[in-house]
Write a protein that binds this ligand. Structure first.
Ligand code: ZN
Length: 210
């Protein structure tokens, strides 16, 4: 099912806020990618190189399976999650820096076609604990990012509740929960790998940079 929107969280890990010289936020920074930004890991990555650098941001992605509107209870909010995967919130960093300097919205840098790269969906029975979930991201077999939901500035349930107070979440909507430290520029020919350890096996998705 196509989501009505993909809600993304900025600066959800303190170490990532610091690496880009940003303040740690007091409330979640939210932005939205349109459904037209979605591609599968198998499609690989393409961007308009005339716009400058494209950064990877590997993130835990939640799929909301029940409608949530103006929820305050974090546990109820978390129980609406039906599946998870890993994804890449691709960011045209040069464009974003120009927009940020002018106080303009980020969509030109964050919402382009192909800017949301997803792994396959994993049902929650396969997940040990959403609030203590780790994952890894590799570029050409070199570890670049290590996510750990215990280190999120806002716990997942609180985050989803907060989002539902800004935008009603419809079944199928996605949440990109924000990137850990270690973001960097992509270059053509790289092979990326997103790794999600589960109860009985480890899910891995390879993404080619075209
Ligand atoms: Zn991100």
């Amino acid at each position: 099912m196509q989501p009505s929107k993909i809600v993304c969280v900025g600066r959800s890990y303190a170490a990532h806020a610091e690496e880009l010289g940003n303040a740690v936020p007091e409330q979640p920074i939210l932005f939205i990618k349109p459904p037209s930004s979605l591609v599968s890991h198998a499609d690989g990555i393409r961007w308009n190189a005339s716009l400058g650098s494209c950064h990877y941001e590997c993130e835990l992605v939640l799929r909301i399976d029940h409608r949530l509107s103006n929820i305050s209870d974090a546990e109820a909010a978390l129980s609406a999650v039906g599946a998870i995967t890993l994804g890449l919130d691709l960011t045209l960093r040069d464009v974003q820096n120009q927009l940020k300097a002018k106080g303009l919205p980020w969509e030109r840098a964050k919402a382009f076609d192909g800017s949301c790269v997803l792994g396959d969906w994993i049902t929650l029975e396969q997940v040990l604990d959403l609030n203590a979930l780790e994952y890894q991201f590799y570029v050409n077999d070199e570890l670049r990012q290590h996510g750990d939901t215990r280190l999120l500035l806002f716990k997942l349930g609180e985050l989803i509740a907060e989002i539902s107070q800004c935008f009603s979440l419809e079944p199928g909507d996605l949440i990109m929960t924000g990137t850990p430290a270690g973001v960097g520029a992509l270059s053509s020919g790289q092979q990326l790998k997103m790794v999600l350890p589960l109860k009985e096996h480890t899910a891995e998705w390879i993404v080619q940079v075209h």
